[in-house]
Design a protein around this ligand. Sequence first.
Ligand SMILES: [Zn+2]
Length: 457
Amino acid sequence: MKTLIKNGLVLLRDSSGWKLEYTDILITDTRITSLLLSQENVPPAGADPPSLNSPLSSLNSPFVSRIIDARNKLVMPGLINAHTHAYMTIHRNVADDLPFFDWLDAVQKIEDHMTEEDVYCTTLLAIIEMLRTGTTCFVDMTIKSAQEKSGPRSAAAGAVYDSGFRAVISRGLAGVSDSEESLMKYGQAVREMDLFRDEPRLQFMHGPHAPYSCMPDYLQKLTRSARDRGIGQTIHLSESKAEMEGMQKEHDSTPIAYVNDIGVFDVPVIAAHCVYATDGDIRLMAEKKVNIALCPKSNMKLGNGFAPAQKFLNAGLNVCLGTDGCGSNNSLNMFSEMNAAALAYKGAARSPRCVSASEVLEMATVNGAKAIGREGELGIIREGALADLILLDLNVPQFLPQNDILSGLVYSSTGTEVDTVLVNGRVLMENKHLTTIDESLVFSACENIMTRIQNSL
Ligand SMILES: [Zn+2]
């Protein structure tokens, strides 16, 4: 099937960085197969785009099955949320303004009552929010594993599979390697990976929760398993001051140095937070090519502080961006997260030059793609890339006048400008209408789940 997106202003990227061009995009099945730049210069804001002259615009049926008119729209790569817990939509606004470990206790009580079906529904709620705010892929740390490929028993992976979305799923694992519960959860996680082995929109990682919640033998077991399966791991590291102090007291080490000694970094890793990373930790992570998922809003909300983002960038680390779960943010809106990242790290460093808009946009696109092993395929618009694209309405007050659209994406956008979303070449939202999910069913299911859990607490 061929889809043509025409008349749009397109956010492209080459070796010199971001650029905007009026470009027609031809998609064949799941991938971008042609980009035809207009021969004319980009017109000034408000002028009609010139792409009616583009050779691709003359393509008509039967060659093209679908034409999306992107006039007055910006076409850009879908955003990649590099760290979240999608099932936690149910934790939204239930444990706010609490210290980190009190918050963890409060969310745990709710989690203990969640079933596979609950995770399926609450993950669908997360996907709705992500679709409406321009995210097309997320790295999830979840609490249940699919027992079947589709439908209510299929947990987070099934919600992704059924909705047409894209994700990297990790089962959050904690404990010791030979405890009955740890073995059971590990077994469920690897069975789920096998269940979705041939599904191109789903990838998997191991998800050891954190060094304070996993014994060293469990971290080693998961690392060995990740190496054998050719997958990576994602883990929370150096998130809170209490974690730093606890690790110092018990192991005379930082959390980052501790997991490195255990071997966790011997496979590809996405380390979430790293708020308290020391200069030594940064050198170590650069050496091991660790990917970092910054979560500035979560870190601020839980009072954990500000990661040394500019130091990470200066050290050449691959820095991505995540929202964390709805219990600690409390939204999954990556435009809001980009805004927070650009502002928070400047404020913390007392420098307007710290973490530029362009760098933040890289974190949410190309760097996220690199972290999940899809560099050049996701987070970028180019021939051969997967067609995970979002269209934003430019005819909104927050983008006018169009002095600098790239800056506007980080400093002015609210995410509500997202109008149309494609994942893997398939339109999942068109003119703000979702094509694969019945929103009202998901909304009422999530309300019912929360009522049931609250009644049992
Ligand atoms: Zn997290």
